[in-house]
Design a protein around this ligand. Structure first.
Ligand code: NOJ
Length: 745
């Protein structure tokens, strides 16, 4: 614990978060009472009827008067989409006081990046490379959710995504299994605290199991066909990290995986999750994904779908409502009676569900204790300060020619142009939960708050996000011409990413590209601020605009955070968690690819490349600029030979060579140079975010552990092989110093 405290203190020492927030992050320590819980589950199970058991495995969406009777009869175990302590306590009372056994309900919602206080979308938060801050955001979200009765969140989404056409890339931590695992762990720890049995903790749900992010052509819900190797090396690690962090639940995905729909996939749901990883929580299906087994063509009717999902390992059916879409409740009893499934199988699922309800303390305190939670959650000002800090750290500076940024606060005139500049809704991003739009500071607000009263600020939308209406373009050009500095705020609408929001074209939508190009041609120093839920293809902007900030959707504090960066009150420290392609034609593009037999060479036609585009990305993974500069020197490997199972220290000196303080994300990559299988050209294995004053040097130490050296051999056995390895450390995936060591027998 001391270590975590000091890491957090060090991390924030530059601009400390208040002590009370740090203490809040670290509370809730208590010993697990697993054995006692198992006994209680045994007792309860032995007195349940089959109908009551199936009730526990049933979740309904929304509320309906008719559900009240069903709750009293023990025919429902969970609700999705019900919000508010009063309503939830009322339904809970029916379950606890009016049903035969008094088993509490569990209420789940999509608390993805905040409940009321809205934080950056997960892809943006991952750009902070600051897991402690991500953990704090999840913990605040959990507290606010719990205050309104929600004890279960369908988060984190830990799907690795390498195709930005897929809109759900916004909901996860990007392309990398290691960064994804670190963020998965942070979110689980934030939502669940150290003890689930606390009024401020909520159960987390790692989703969508598995490989949903590998949807063919980036089209949502589409087929996934990947090798077992890719599944295990790329898509499973964040799920494993979530399980190791004690995640309570997993959600089975919509997609089919190598021919078998995830919600009927024994291999992942039982073989890997339960038998290999020892997961003891429960699996909920994604909404209606059991019924959809019929569309997938592996079940002739809902009954067969229920049979397949349960035998594969799905414990709870997230259905539509009680009357349509729900597949377990109308079918499981007859399947048992017909001998197609044993009651033991039902018991196994019910046990897992009850276990989590006990761990959450729902039997002892089923009702939301609003007074207790209000007294223990940090006040709104503190929650806002955490949201501001995460928003600042999520911003990635992609370009800053001639140090155009930061801007002076006494500018004579500024033009703020763009459809997202004064927008309070879209910065909340996709999958916001219960946001309060009026609390959002827009970019225009943020800029106004910074500038001196004498500065003339002119604002015009210029165009809509999506329409083809060009009526305001000329006015935008005129206003740009009248100003000393032009700030363009462009991007996507919030609903263009998230679920069912795939795109084939990743350019700025509508006529925004034309707006940017025409305004830029006026010739004033121009800054582009991008808001989007995915990498966009911004080749023209990258070539012609001197300063570009990637701002994702930053939530409530959007305008404040962006203005802090624009005017130098925060030195940008975000780094890309995902590669930005030059064009859609390069997709999928990611940094940890294999070398191929003909790796790219500039002057050799017969190497892996394109005729019509560079092979490199527009902006690589791990990239991001700062208002200062960092120099890397002296990459030392302590032992240049290590025995299988051994480890070595490596160290590097990092110096702030600029004139102002700033944070750097020091990234460590490894490459296994000769193995029994082809290994990626580099793989992120560690990072440290550090703060350096001007002229300051820090020597950073990393430990290369056996776990970092593991690979799946030709027989898919996890192993460490002897041979030479390259270690690379630097400030992005393409800007690295390297050294070598050898693994010996
Ligand atoms: C469907 C989505 O795929 C999933 O992520 C979400 O948690 C559920 N709906 C519930 O809203």
């Amino acid at each position: 614990m001391q270590n975590i405290v000091s890491t957090i203190f060090n991390r924030f020492s530059s601009k400390s978060l208040p002590l009370v927030l740090l203490t809040f992050l670290l509370t809730n320590v208590s010993a697990a009472q697993d054995l006692q819980i198992e006994r209680k589950v045994d007792n309860l199970l032995s007195s349940m009827t089959l109908k009551e058991k199936i009730g526990q495995m049933t979740q309904f969406g929304g509320i309906n008067k008719k559900y009240e009777e069903m709750i009293k009869l023990g025919e429902v175990g969970s609700f999705l989409g019900v919000k508010g302590a009063e309503k939830i306590n009322e339904l809970q009372r029916l379950a606890v006081e009016k049903s035969r056994l008094g088993i509490p309900l569990i209420f789940g919602n999509d608390v993805i990046h905040g409940y009321h206080t809205t934080f950056p979308i997960p892809l943006g938060a991952a750009a902070s490379w600051n897991p402690e801050l991500v953990q704090l955001a999840a913990k605040i979200a959990a507290g606010e959710a719990a205050l309104e009765g929600t004890k279960w969140t369908f988060a984190p989404m830990v799907d690795i995504a390498r195709d930005p056409r897929w809109g759900r890339i916004a909901e996860g931590a990007g392309e990398d299994p290691y960064l994804g695992s670190v963020m998965a762990e942070a979110e689980v720890m934030g939502f669940q605290g150290n003890n689930l049995n606390n009024d401020l903790s909520i159960a987390a749900c790692a989703k969508h199991f598995a490989a949903y992010g590998a949807a063919e052509a980036g089209r949502d819900y589409n087929t996934v066909d990947i090798s077992e190797r890719t599944l295990r090396e790329v898509y499973l690690p964040p799920f494993k990290a979530a399980v190791d962090a004690g995640v309570s639940t997993l959600m089975s995905a919509f997609n089919s995986l190598n021919g078998i729909p995830a919600s009927a996939n024994y291999h992942i749901l039982t073989q890997i999750l339960r038998k290999e990883w020892g997961f003891t929580g429960f699996v909920v299906s994604d909404a209606n994904s059991i019924g959809e087994l019929i569309n997938h063509g592996i079940a002739k009717d809902e009954k067969e779908a229920a049979l397949k999902a349960l035998t594969a390992g799905v414990d709870m059916d997230m259905g539509g409502d009680a009357f349509t879409g729900n597949v377990y409740s109308p079918n499981l009893a007859s399947l048992v009676k017909e001998g197609k499934i044993s009651e033991k199988l039902i018991d196994q699922s019910v046990r897992r569900i009850l276990r989590i309800k006990f761990r959450l303390g729902l039997f002892d305190h089923p009702y939301t204790d609003t007074l207790y939670i209000k007294n223990h959650i940090p006040d709104q000002k503190l929650r806002d300060s955490a949201a501001l800090r995460l928003a600042e750290e999520s911003i990635v500076m992609l370009k800053n020619d001639n140090n155009l940024l930061p801007l002076r606060k006494d500018l004579t005139s500024v033009a703020v142009i763009g459809p997202l500049a004064d927008d309070k809704y879209d910065p909340l991003g996709p999958w916001n939960c219960s946001p309060i739009p009026k609390r959002v500071t827009t970019v225009l607000d943020g800029i106004k708050n910074k500038l001196s009263p004498t500065t003339k600020i002119k604002f015009i939308k210029g165009c809509d996000i999506e329409s083809n209406n060009k009526r305001q373009l000329d006015n935008a050009i005129r206003i740009a011409g009248q100003s000393d500095i032009v700030i363009l705020v462009v991007g996507e609408a919030a609903n263009m990413s998230g679920e069912a929001a795939s795109r084939t074209n990743l350019d700025l939508p509508g006529v925004q590209e034309e707006l940017v190009e025409k305004v830029a041609k006026v010739g004033k120093p121009t800054i582009v601020l991008l808001m989007n839920g995915r990498p966009l293809t911004i080749d023209w902007i990258a070539k012609h605009i001197p300063s570009v900030l990637e701002c994702w959707f930053l939530g409530d504090q959007s305008g404040n955070a962006i203005a802090n960066v624009l005017f130098g009150d925060y030195n940008p420290s975000g780094r890309l968690p995902v590669t930005f392609p030059r064009s859609v034609g390069q997709i999928p593009i990611y940094y940890d690819h294999l070398n191929t037999g003909k790796p790219f060479e500039e002057n050799n036609k017969f190497t892996s490349k394109y005729l019509d585009s560079p092979v490199t990305p527009l902006y690589p993974f791990g990239f991001g600029l700062s208002y200062t500069t960092f120099k890397y020197e002296n990459l030392k490997v302590e032992k240049n030979k290590i025995k299988i199972g051994g480890s070595t220290d490596v160290s590097i000196n990092v110096t702030n060579t600029g004139k102002i303080s700033g944070s750097e994300v020091v990234q460590l990559y490894l490459r296994d140079l000769v193995a029994s299988v082809s290994m990626p050209v580099k793989e992120l294995k560690g990072f440290q975010k550090i703060y350096l004053n001007p002229g300051e040097t820090k020597t950073l130490k990393f430990i290369i552990t056996p776990k970092m050296l593991e690979l799946y051999d030709v027989n898919m056995k996890k192993t460490i092989e002897p041979g030479k390895c390259e270690v690379m450390i630097g400030g992005s995936s393409v800007d690295l110093l390297s050294n070598y060591f050898e693994i010996i027998k």
